[in-house]
Ligand binder design. Structure first.
Ligand code: CA
Length: 223
């Protein structure tokens, strides 16, 4: 899951970035509207967190352009307390949710989970053989027992589950797992996959290596 934060307040952006990265999301930060607009044209995101009061290009304009291009990425608007009119305009322009500053990080994280889940268009729990993945709590279970997965492993599992039975290239994994300025090599991806594969083994869930191309989470027989 990759998230773009468009926010000119560096302290807010930094806090958000840290907490979302800890949650296993890849996070990019655009400090003004022009950079946000460019990022949205060049990268695919699973969520946009959009401050409306942005320099260079207002948040509402960023949103308008995004929807005019037909991009359906979920958008969570951040507004100041007195910005009721803008908030309504934002929702009219196709934002999915909004939060008023100052906000609680925990509440924002809950909304991020809800929005990214909704956009995945799937049930709260994804089943793959004896593996059950709770998308709300972001916990994986094998036969009802919770697996001890790192944030990276959770991120990796989410990408593989969303493309169950299909090939995912290492570049795609890097794209989904890393924000700008974060370096993750193909070797590191191999290590994460190796660890996750070991942890899923007990449940008979297989991550196949497609040599030279990438990985595939095998769809269980009969599903
Ligand atoms: Ca602002």
């Amino acid at each position: 899951m990759r998230i773009l934060i468009a926010e000119d307040d560096a302290i807010i952006a930094d806090g958000l970035t840290r907490s979302l990265r800890q949650g296993g999301y890849a996070v990019d930060w655009a400090p003004n509207g022009v950079e946000a607009d460019t990022a949205l044209m060049t990268s695919a995101y699973d969520l946009l967190i959009l401050d409306l009061g942005l320099p260079k290009l207002p948040g509402l304009e960023v949103l308008k352009r995004l929807r005019a291009r037909g991009v359906q990425v979920p958008v969570l608007i951040l507004t100041a307390l007195d910005g009721t009119g803008d908030r309504v305009k934002g929702l009219d322009l196709g934002a999915d949710d909004y939060m008023v500053k100052p906000f609680e990080l925990a509440e924002l994280e809950a909304r991020v989970r809800a929005l990214t889940r909704r956009s995945a268009g799937t049930a709260p729990t994804i089943q793959c053989g004896s593996l059950a993945y709770d998308q709300v709590g972001r916990v994986a279970y094998v036969d009802g027992v919770a697996l001890d997965l790192s944030a990276r492993e959770i991120g990796l599992l989410e990408v593989l589950l969303s493309r169950m039975g299909r090939l995912v290239s290492k570049d795609q994994l890097v794209d989904h797992l890393c924000g700008w300025g974060e370096e993750v090599s193909h070797n590191a991806i191999e290590v994460y996959v190796h660890r996750l594969r070991k942890k899923l083994e007990s449940g008979g869930v297989k991550i196949a290596t497609v040599r030279g191309l990438g990985y595939c989470l095998e769809r269980p027989q009969g599903e």
